[in-house]
Design a protein around this ligand. Structure first.
Ligand SMILES: CC(C)(COP(=O)(O)OP(=O)(O)OC[C@H]1O[C@@H](n2cnc3c(N)ncnc32)[C@H](O)[C@@H]1OP(=O)(O)O)[C@@H](O)C(=O)NCCC(=O)NCCS
Length: 234
């Protein structure tokens, strides 16, 4: 009898995995494309907490749209306990979102996320604390947001942009931009011909250091001129 229970449970598990495989094809593909550590399908289906949070969110979002009370929030609270990812059921999420590592990601109620976005652990898509209504960011397609970055308020991050780790973004970001620092500054507007997802978020420019370097060059040039001027005077 016990054997039949075990077989039944295994069949059920396989059936669930097959359904998930079909319904979340884009999200599973994203795990393989954007995480070099992803080895095989079973591992991804069973161990990727970001994927688990998205599966529960899709169910909760459907119930939320049907105006079912309380249950969507309860589902997402349970998902947060299990995955460390907090997504409000009303948040609108496009296809192919990849949440790497998961823990500490917060996605607010009125956040809108486009297709093929990548979020690393500790990313907050939150409000500034003083707004009502639409108070969370809108993220375009193919955006990469680095670990610990905070994107706050009803702002828009344009498609194909990259937000550096630990940046705090409180202003709109145009398409194809790289933003780093606190508060976030546009460090670069990237090559518009490249339309894929650029995961090279470790080689981001430092606008402050670049500015300081320019100032140092200007000071050196002024000092040189001053010395030459003094020499010519004497
Ligand atoms: C600081 C804060 C309270 C807003 O204060 P505010 O006075 O309304 O801020 P403003 O939007 O008018 O911006 C004022 C300046 O501070 C900067 N700024 C705003 N928030 C900032 C932050 N968190 N870090 C660094 N700089 C910040 C802005 O860039 C702006 O600089 P600028 O004048 O050179 O452009 C808010 O941005 C914040 O950080 N709230 C925390 C919200 C939070 O933790 N949310 C999580 C939700 S899950």
């Amino acid at each position: 009898m016990t054997l039949w229970y075990v077989v039944g449970a295994l069949v059920l598990l396989v059936a669930v995995l097959v359904v998930v495989r079909v319904l979340f094809a884009a999200e599973i593909r994203a795990c393989f494309e954007r995480d070099p550590a992803a080895r095989n399908l079973v591992e991804v289906l069973l161990t990727y907490s970001g994927l688990h949070a998205l599966i529960v969110h899709r169910l909760a979002h459907g119930l939320d749209r049907l105006r079912v009370p309380v249950l969507p929030r309860l589902l997402m609270t349970a998902a947060r306990w299990l995955t460390g990812v907090e997504i409000h059921p009303s948040a609108v999420i496009g296809r192919g979102l990849f949440i790497d590592h998961g823990m500490g990601v917060v996605i607010g109620e009125t956040a809108v996320i486009g297709d093929n976005v990548t979020l690393f652990q500790g990313v907050t898509l939150g409000g500034t604390g003083k707004e009502r209504g639409k108070r969370h960011p809108t993220i375009g397609n193919h955006v990469v947001i680095g670990t610990g970055a905070k994107v706050l308020g009803n702002i828009t991050v344009g498609s194909h942009s990259m937000i550096g780790a630990n940046a705090v973004v409180v202003r709109d970001v145009p398409e194809h931009s790289t933003v780093v620092g606190v508060p976030g500054r546009i460090a670069r507007t990237k090559d518009r011909d490249f339309l894929g997802i650029n995961l090279d978020h470790t080689h981001l420019p430092d606008p402050l250091a670049e500015r300081l370097e320019t100032l140092q060059h200007e000071i050196d040039a002024l000092e040189r001129h001053l010395k030459e001027h003094r020499k010519s005077q004497s």
